[in-house]
Design a protein around this ligand. Sequence first.
Ligand code: DX5
Ligand code: ZN
Length: 214
Amino acid sequence: MLVSPSLLSADFLQLGDAVRMLNAHADLIHLDLMDGVLVPNLSFGFSVTDAVSREAAIPLDAHLMTIHPWEWFPHLAKKGAAYISFHLEAAGADAAKHLASLRAMGVKAGLAIDPDVPVQKLFPYIGSADFFLIMSVYAGFGGQRFIPESLERIAALKAELARRGDRAMIEVDGGVSAANAKELREAGADILVAGSAVFGAPDPAAVIRSLKSA
Ligand code: DX5
Ligand code: ZN
């Protein structure tokens, strides 16, 4: 299991410490970019992600919750984002084209959906994506409660990937904690994103370890 802690829940006054802690314990660093349009919140932009990329020793995993996400692909790829995902809700019928452009930049191409998008809407993109991001809360805020129906969505996608012999990974984001990590692994998750469960804990490294070994 790969663990991608979300910096959204870190103390932004101590961001360097957070990145160094993740370098030592996590697999990826999840960066949530929000534009206040696709989702009802703003997070951070390139001034923050560039600073993180200077200090990061592990791959960056950028999750674009913006309209026109493709506008931000080249900069993020240049700064070393090894994984970039964007929302099907933002890309519509052009999603396959944008996944291909990520792959052409040497990036792992990810397609994300919120909980109200039927998981079957991802199926046409099997073969075009390196990973799929199943949101297990509505995108926009950390610290929300995990939506249990997400487990069935993950399992349905996993079954379709297996049926087609496709090796795309499944990333799960929202309300993930040590309490549901095992169920998520059993349903088919390959990458767990966790914000508040990691950064809200007295010992974030211990939480990352328990997520990894779930
Ligand atoms: C929410 C973001 C998540 C968020 C997860 O829109 O995509 O990555 O940081 O936070 P938790 O783990 O607290 O739900
Ligand atoms: Zn995210």
